[in-house]
Design a protein around this ligand. Sequence first.
Ligand code: CP
Length: 312
Amino acid sequence: LRHLITLEGLSRDEMIALLDLAQFYVRSPGDLPARDQSLAGHTVANLFFEPSTRTRVSFELAAQRLGADVVNLDMQSSSRVKGETVLDTIYTLQAMLADVLVMRDAEPGLPAYVARYVAPHVCILNAGEAHLSHPTQGLLDALTVRQAKGDFSKLKILIAGDISHSRVARSAWQAFSTLGVEELRIAAPEDLMPGANEFAGATRFTNIDQAIADVDVVMALRIQRERMSGAQIPDEVSYHRSFGITADRLAKARPGAIVMHPGPMNRDVEIASNVADGPQSVIQQQVTNGVAVRMAVLATIARNVQARRHFQ
Ligand code: CP
């Protein structure tokens, strides 16, 4: 692994290895056998050109817990607002010897484009790319499901909400397809359903009450208003009534089904507040796992950076 742009193309073995390493890191920093310095001597730059709470903070904590130097750059406070291109921004950080660049951007294709131009020892980690890809989110979702339910092959998983605009849904679909779940369902109102050329193998529903029946995992997704124009944005009250994950709907899932949400949540829109905070919710566990997964990804790519430096 050099860059992590998408989960597409990652083998089942590579994915399992990352989940196993992440599981090792699911502990408080003081409980690690020795102070882990996997990233000592590395500089991680977090370049977030879209808002983030969970992903940015967890990448920062993950890098710090592995001994890296960390810098954070926001679009609003960077020289990109003065017209600097993204490549010039990247070259500037590279010149300061940043060697792991964590990127979030609304422009499709940007992480892969940047990855073509960086120096051989520099890694690009995609922290959210438009509606297309959020690979570390897909991994943390898979880890959370594995912790709660074990064997993927016996699971019916439902992803529900604004699928068409969701990078979380796309990366989750890639992860669960590679890991081999029994059935992956996607459920969305007609106008938020992706085209037929996407989500191969998933069963599609436009009725949430049918979609949720007998599933083991329910993942609720936020309406991505920032990727819609005015008339497309659904009315929140009627959306909750027709598509929200409520306690009554959750009762139709298998007993012990878990409820997930990548955050940020819009309570009582895509998910009822009492479901989000209820006994079946693993939403906080997802957040905890986010740090562990990002530690696993950083530690894995750092080994490869070392190897490339060695041979330069
Ligand atoms: N799940 C997720 O990407 O959350 P943030 O936007 O807060 O990073």
